[in-house]
Design a protein around this ligand. Structure first.
Ligand SMILES: [Zn+2]
Length: 168
């Protein structure tokens, strides 16, 4: 069964919950569905569409933790998709690309590093996306905290419906 991303009332991501927990929160009136999976479950009395993203009705206090800048976390942010050709790859087939090349003063940080496959990286070479005529699929940003809780560790790729909520 697909998990549910739980957001604070402020739309900040809090954690990932199981579908049972998600339904319980809805039944108790503590959370509302923002995005839904296509799957329906039936209880004795009711039918629920499984939520993909839930938002708490009342805000809870939760510390915000930064995400470590790392190769894996950049790939996670980009959904393991090359940001030039849009294809999906395994970890070993992906590379870091400096959007503004290092030789031109480009920094190694969240806003200047994107996931790229080897061929696209080589094709772009020491050029900017504009010079190489290779537009980026997404502007690279520092991600918000995102839920790598125990329950989330089994899926590196998040459902697409979560993406808008995992970005600043
Ligand atoms: Zn590519």
């Amino acid at each position: 069964m697909k998990p549910t991303l739980l957001l604070n009332a402020t739309y900040e991501p809090l954690t990932v919950v199981t579908w049972k927990k998600a339904i319980t929160l809805m039944i108790l009136g503590k959370a509302e569905a923002i995005e839904e999976h296509e799957r329906v479950v039936r209880s004795a009395r009711d039918t629920f569409t499984l939520p993909s993203v839930l938002r708490l009705i009342r805000r809870v206090n939760a510390p915000r933790t930064g995400i470590q800048f790392s190769r894996l976390n950049v790939y996670r942010r980009d959904g393991f998709e090359c940001q030039y050709c849009g294809d999906e790859f395994d970890f070993d087939d992906l590379t870091f690309d400096h959007v503004v090349p290092q030789s031109r003063g480009g920094q190694t940080d969240w806003t200047n590093i994107v996931t790229a496959c080897g061929p696209c990286n080589r094709q772009k070479g020491d050029r900017t996306p504009g010079e190489a005529d290779m537009p980026l699929l997404n502007k690279p940003k520092r991600p918000r905290w995102w839920p790598f809780s125990e329950s989330a560790q089994n899926f590196d790729k998040h459902p697409d419906s979560w993406r808008p909520y995992l970005w600043t």
